[in-house]
Design a protein around this ligand. Structure first.
Ligand code: GLU
Length: 449
């Protein structure tokens, strides 16, 4: 950070001191602070009221034991988290992640990002995140159900449609939300639809929620392309991951005229120059919960599976990291730039390391951070909450149109804000500043609480 941003440096050091070892959280805070110099210079009231320092300290952090019994009759113990980060704009809102890498630092980085992402949607939702180090991989349906029931047996007392509204993230999809909602309903004896989002369509869920994060990323990229009068037509796209976000990003890129030539999982990647067959990918990854190698074997001889290598070596015009945090580093960024990549949009949360972002910005690549580009998921969750509150359900077309409008608004606001603060075309600065001022004004209005 430059000398000009001394006040911000102090805040960063306070965060380092208070949250030792939580490297991903430090990184997420740093990425925001790095862009806020011009804002605090222009608006001293934010510093006077310690708004940023308050935003960096979660309102509440909950850690709990999750005991459950596996199929062999063994007692298993996991750790559960819910970090209720900021509720200035609305109830805490954010997903639950079930993955062995989950710890407090990961949940805090995700919760911190969520405050800003949710503000960008323009909808009345605060920021929070949760999860567990439980690994659903290889677990039976019964084991997943018992885990979810035990997790909710503690979590239920902290959440509610006006308090905190969890949803899915990595390792938590429709199946898990069903088990979690069932247990919440049983314990509370309330059919409180708005307490969780990502529910099934026939029991309170919203059309397009499943598709929303991936579709939203593609809509956002479409807006970037339109700024230069361009479109997806004829564009080669690489999408990392093959989970919910990746699958629906691929689907929408194809509908918009682009071709996704590669996708991946933690074992390696596949290259399919004719374009990824998204129905086959869905069948293998979402229904069978299989490996990406199966895709190559079933799709035919033209498709290559490359084990353990970087997907970012595959030449493309547009790269969409949709797997997980810090999956795209400086060397990957250099390879993408060398091969002619012009647009990068984050479908995952913080998949690009700060060094890699720097490479993209210096090379003039349009770089859309996750808080803006992947906000379509949580935005559609807020639309699900609206439908639950009015006991209504909207059509697919109407909901998708709302999502598309929200993504266009986020895109435009990022560019307008970047212009206003003297960094034209910089989506990172635009997203951070626009989100920060929106939350900060609400924090100021509510007093020191
Ligand atoms: N986990 C998603 C995200 O990272 C969605 C959260 C939600 O719908 O509440 O934004």
């Amino acid at each position: 950070m430059s000398n000009l941003d001394e006040a911000l440096r102090d805040i960063y050091h306070e965060v380092l001191g208070r949250n030792a070892g939580e490297t991903e959280f430090h990184q997420a805070v740093r990425e925001v602070l790095d862009t806020l110099g011009p804002v605090v210079a222009k608006h001293p009231q934010y510093t006077d009221a310690a708004v940023l320092r308050r935003l960096c300290e979660p309102e509440r952090q909950i850690i709990f034991r999750v005991p459950w019994v596996d199929d062999e009759g063994q007692v298993q113990i996991n750790r559960g988290f819910r970090v209720e980060f900021n509720s200035a704009l609305g109830p805490y809102k954010g997903g639950l992640r079930f993955h062995p890498s989950v710890n407090l630092g990961i949940v805090k980085f995700l919760g911190f990002e969520q405050i800003f992402k949710n503000a960008l949607t323009g909808l009345p939702i605060g920021g929070g995140k949760g999860g567990s180090d439980f690994d659903p991989k290889g677990r039976s349906d019964g084991e997943v159900m018992r885990f979810c029931q035990s997790f909710m047996t503690e979590l239920y007392r902290h959440i509610g449609e006006y308090t905190d509204v969890p949803a899915g993230d990595i390792g938590v999809g429709g199946r898990e939300i069903g088990y979690l909602f069932g247990q919440y309903k049983r314990i509370t004896n309330r059919y409180e639809s708005g307490v969780l989002t990502g529910k099934g369509i026939n029991w309170g869920g919203s059309q397009v929620r499943t598709e929303a994060t991936g579709y939203g990323v593609a809509f956002f990229v479409d807006e970037i392309l339109k700024t230069t009068g361009d479109s997806f037509d004829g564009k080669q796209v690489v999408v990392s991951g093959s989970g919910n976000v990746a699958i629906f990003a691929i689907e929408k890129v194809h509908q918009l005229g682009g071709t996704v030539v590669a996708c991946s999982d933690s074992s390696g990647y596949v290259v399919d120059s004719k374009g990824i067959d998204v129905d086959l990918l869905k069948e293998i990854k979402s229904v069978r919960r299989g490996r990406i190698q199966d895709y190559a074997e079933e799709r035919g001889s033209d498709v290559r599976f490359i084990a353990g290598q970087s997907i970012w070596d595959v030449p493309c015009d547009i790269a969409l990291p949709c797997a997980t945090q810090n999956e795209l580093d400086r060397d990957h960024a250099l390879a993408l730039v060398k091969n002619g990549c012009r647009i990068v949009a984050e479908g995952a949360n913080m998949p690009t390391t700060p060094d890699a972002v720097k490479v993209f910005v210096e090379a003039g690549v349009s770089f859309a951070p996750g808080k803006a580009a992947n906000a379509g998921g949580v935005a559609t969750s807020a639309l699900e909450m609206q439908q639950n509150a009015s006991r209504d359900s909207w059509s697919f077309e109407h909901t998708e149109q709302r999502l598309n409008d929200i993504m266009r608004n986020i895109h435009d606001r990022c560019l307008e804000t970047a212009d206003e603060y003297g960094t034209p075309g910089n989506y990172v600065a635009g997203a951070n500043i626009s989100a920060f001022t929106h939350v900060a004004d609400a924090v100021l209005a509510l007093g020191v609480i």
